[in-house]
Write a protein of this length. Structure first.
Length: 484
């Protein structure tokens, strides 16, 4: 058959969405590092100001604040560019789906034309077949041009957005708003388990939720994610929850639940606004048994010893950097389990916070033999049946902060019956109960966060070894009675 159109061309290839998204993530990291550098410089001068006084110190402090503000302006301009690049990547993803459909149509047209060209012009329906082929061809060319126009529009919009971002416009949005927008724009493009967990954690918090950090590749794939529940720039009180061992980015929903519990308990105490932060911002050590919810008392000392103090020390430095970048608010840092040791390291290093709460701590950090070494008013909650707290003083993570000799204020916990030898999972329940809604410890922590006097109990006089021995004696008596 003659008079047929030539097959339509394939749509041209697009840039790789993963490549563009990866470039945007590196760009975001550079923007965050810029702001963090300004925050760290200002924080270092502020900490030096505790001992460095006089005109020179005042001049250094003023200049460091100015540099911090300049770094934020540069970072914010870059963050608007990150959002634009991420939106371009999303447009490429949509264009890629359309391109696949167009390629299929071109393949179908090529096959159809190859068949028709062998048909004789003398066929009775030749004219109708030829007309139909041209109609399909014109429709396909129209859609190809529309697709190319969409691609050009996406590129033009990106170029315009990037040009605008370099002019450092005055934003009504805060730095944390822009961080949230940039991280959410990239989160949409991520299909990792950490991304899925983060999306769930954001939904748990509702509209008043900010994604302040998200990098699923951080810490050799364990990931980093920071979610704020409530606006950290306007809240009267800000609580930062630091989790412990086995925590990676996929656990953000569980850590977020702890942060939300603090916010909810605080709201019942004061009309003033309290925001909370779920902070998975360090490389917490992991153990397979703990990750699967199994805690064997006889293995606990080995687990803590294997974890050591290094992750807490490095995590404390990360926490100091994070708090340096927080708005000028009333800040309480709440560390749970190994996160309590991490938070204690940060406090000893001069963390910019107002209060410190240590929950279920295996130790108050090496070198901190007294609460005064932590440089912050310190409260501790430690259940006598929480075996993680028995490690304090016996392992490499420092002394027991719940002991009377340490000098911290001890908060109450709910009484429970001692677990039996065949109920080791109950130890996990005890260790994870400190921020459970309705618990005595949560109510006390909320009081600390909002600056109210909390309920307190006497500090320990027994050692962890003594508490473990008391439990074992009780279990021996129970087993003997059960046997009889």
């Amino acid at each position: 058959m003659t008079g047929l159109p030539s097959p339509a061309p394939f749509p041209p290839p697009l840039p790789s969405v993963p490549v563009v998204a990866a470039a945007a993530r590196v760009w975001l990291g550079a923007c965050a590092a810029c702001a963090s550098a300004g925050d760290r410089a200002n924080g270092a001068i502020r900490r030096a100001g505790q001992e460095w006084q006089g005109p020179a110190a005042a001049a250094a402090s003023g200049r460091s604040r100015a540099l911090q503000a300049e770094a934020r302006v540069t970072s914010d301009a870059g963050l608007t560019g990150v959002v634009a690049v991420a939106q371009f990547a999303r447009a490429l993803r949509r264009l890629g789906v359309s391109r696949s459909a167009l390629r299929s149509r071109v393949d179908d047209e090529t096959t159809t034309l190859a068949h028709l060209v062998h048909e004789p012009d003398t066929r009775p329906d030749a004219s109708a077949l030829r007309s139909a082929a041209w109609a399909r061809h014109r429709g396909l060319l129209h859609d190809l041009e529309a697709w190319k126009a969409g691609w050009r529009q996406a590129e033009e919009e990106l170029a315009a957005a990037l040009a605008a971002s370099t002019t450092h416009p005055q934003h009504s949005a805060t730095h944390h708003d822009l961080l949230d927008a940039a991280h959410r724009a990239l989160l949409v493009l991520d299909d990792s388990p950490a991304a899925d967990a983060t999306r769930r954690a954001l939904r748990d918090g509702g509209a008043e939720t900010w994604l302040l950090d998200f990098d699923p590749a951080a810490f050799d794939g364990d990931g980093r994610v920071v979610v704020a529940y409530g606006d950290p720039t306007t809240a009267d009180h800000l609580a930062v929850v630091v989790p412990g061992m086995t925590t990676d980015a996929t656990a953000i929903r569980e850590v977020g639940a702890m942060a939300l519990a603090v916010t909810g308990a605080a709201a019942s105490r004061t009309p003033r606004q309290t925001a909370s932060v779920a902070w998975i911002g360090y490389d917490a050590p992991a153990d397979g048994d703990l990750a699967r919810g199994r805690l064997r008392v006889r293995d606990l000392s080995d687990v803590i010893r294997a974890a050591g103090d290094r992750a807490a020390d490095e995590g404390g430095a990360e926490l100091v950097r994070f708090t340096d970048g927080l708005p000028d608010r009333d800040v309480t840092v709440i560390g749970h389990s190994y996160g309590a040791t991490t938070a204690a390291h940060a406090a000893a290093d001069g963390m910019d916070a107002d209060r410190l709460v240590l929950l279920g701590s295996p130790g108050a950090a090496t070198g901190a033999d007294n609460a005064s070494d932590l440089r912050l008013p310190t409260w501790v909650a430690a259940h006598d049946l929480d075996p993680v707290t028995w490690v304090g003083g016996a392992g490499p993570l420092g002394v027991d902060p719940a002991h009377a000799d340490f000098g911290a204020v001890r908060l109450p916990t709910n009484p429970v019956d001692p677990p039996h030898l065949d109920q080791a999972e109950r130890f996990v329940d005890i260790h994870t109960s400190y921020l459970v809604p309705g618990s005595a410890s949560l109510e006390a922590v909320a009081a600390v966060v909002v600056g109210s006097p909390p309920a307190t109990v006497p500090a320990r006089t027994a050692t962890g070894a003594g508490l473990a021995a008391d439990w074992l004696r009780g279990q021996a008596a129970y087993e003997l009675m059960s046997w009889r």
